[in-house]
Design a protein. Structure first.
Length: 74
């Protein structure tokens, strides 16, 4: 991974996408992984929700990037 080079790049850490989700972590067991992540202190920004495409919840990494934890619907 590359480190930020200069003030402008440093200021963009965690906001590269203007606050939108752009990273996705797919799981085959949403409840298992959501529980484990929560127990380890991962910050979820919402409660899990069921969408037509599967179960999903947005979480934030230590740098402020937003991710979807998602279990696709079969």
């Amino acid at each position: 991974m590359a480190k930020a080079d200069g003030r402008d790049q440093l200021a963009a850490i965690g906001n590269q996408t203007g606050g939108r989700v752009f990273l996705f972590l797919q799981t085959d067991d949403f409840v298992r992984d959501h529980t484990a992540m929560t127990e380890k202190g991962v910050t979820f920004l919402e409660e899990p929700r069921l969408e037509v495409y599967g179960t999903v919840a947005v979480f934030q990494d230590p740098f402020g990037n937003k991710w979807d934890l998602i279990e696709p619907q079969n």
